[in-house]
Design a protein around this ligand. Structure first.
Ligand SMILES: Cc1cc2nc3c(=O)[nH]c(=O)nc-3n(C[C@H](O)[C@H](O)[C@H](O)COP(=O)(O)O)c2cc1C
Length: 250
């Protein structure tokens, strides 16, 4: 059933993952293949993906590699365009990620025209100009502070609009929290569709909002550069915190 539903939404794989897209060498996860200092093997905790750790219904390890283990932040891009159908498929996936009371506050602008990029460039931090301008598409992840006006339709089970209308602080916190989640869903959905991502928060939010959202009231959160990454030897993976450092069992 899932395949039948997806058939009408997803573009053919060769449209979203052109032949020749570089994939990371799986042996890069073998500690013996690592350059000294390149990676802390314990940060990957490969034992966590041993078959015994996977619940029935878990994604196959190759899918977990694409979403997490081998996926890297991209800073340089092939010139290949991202088809409109792929952007629609991207939104079709990310919108299904959960938000509180189904409030769905995120709003997205996919910038890809020369005119749009020139406008966006004015708000970027100097160090982010090249890596952003060279991306075929830049997603502005924003949110609508008045998201609650859609709640009678999005959450018809209760009068959820009244929880937020008139309570600016709760509405603002809710929009930022859930809009950020939806930006993360966008990153994972993009990776699932064969795209690479370069998230960016180094820009002037107020300036971007003047340039793109005057009149709408939408607020920018962060950017996600999208396309097909070009990988250089300098892009070594930085370590992550271990389970014991980042987690507590209670
Ligand atoms: C919300 C967010 C904002 C970021 N902002 C910037 C940025 O302004 N400039 C930049 O060069 N990288 C930026 N990054 C990239 C991170 O440094 C990078 O994703 C992180 O180091 C992990 O790299 P990896 O995916 O290759 O392991 C940002 C990442 C995120 C998620």
């Amino acid at each position: 059933m899932a395949a039948a539903a997806g058939a009408g939404i997803l573009p053919p794989m060769d449209a979203i993952d052109p032949p020749g897209r570089p994939t990371l060498d799986p042996t890069a996860l073998d500690p013996t293949a690592l350059e000294p200092g390149a990676l802390d093997p314990t940060a990957l905790e490969p034992g966590a993906l041993e078959p015994g750790a996977l619940e029935p219904g878990a994604l196959e390890p190759g899918a977990l590699d694409r979403l997490f283990r081998e996926a890297r932040t991209a800073y340089a891009w092939k010139p290949d365009a991202v088809p409109d159908d792929t952007l629609r498929a991207l939104h079709g996936l990310l919108k299904m990620g959960p938000t509180s009371a189904n409030c769905s506050p995120a709003r997205f602008v996919f910038v890809r025209s020369d005119e749009g990029k020139a406008k966006l460039k004015q708000a970027l931090s100097p160090g982010n100009v090249e890596k952003t301008m060279s991306a075929p598409v830049i997603a502005i992840v924003a949110h609508d502070p008045k998201f609650y006006d859609e709640l009678p339709r999005l959450f018809p089970h209760a009068d959820a609009r009244s929880w937020f209308a008139g309570n600016w602080s709760l509405a603002d916190t809710t929009a930022f929290r859930n809009g950020t989640l939806q930006g993360a869903y966008l990153i994972l959905a993009a990776r699932a569709l064969g795209l690479d991502c370069g998230p960016m928060s180094g820009f002037d939010n107020a300036r971007l909002d003047e340039l793109f959202f005057a009149g709408s009231g939408w607020k920018s959160n962060f950017l996600v550069n999208l396309g097909f990454g070009v990988w250089g030897p300098e892009y070594t993976r930085a370590p992550r915190l271990s389970f014991d450092e980042a987690c507590r069992l209670a």
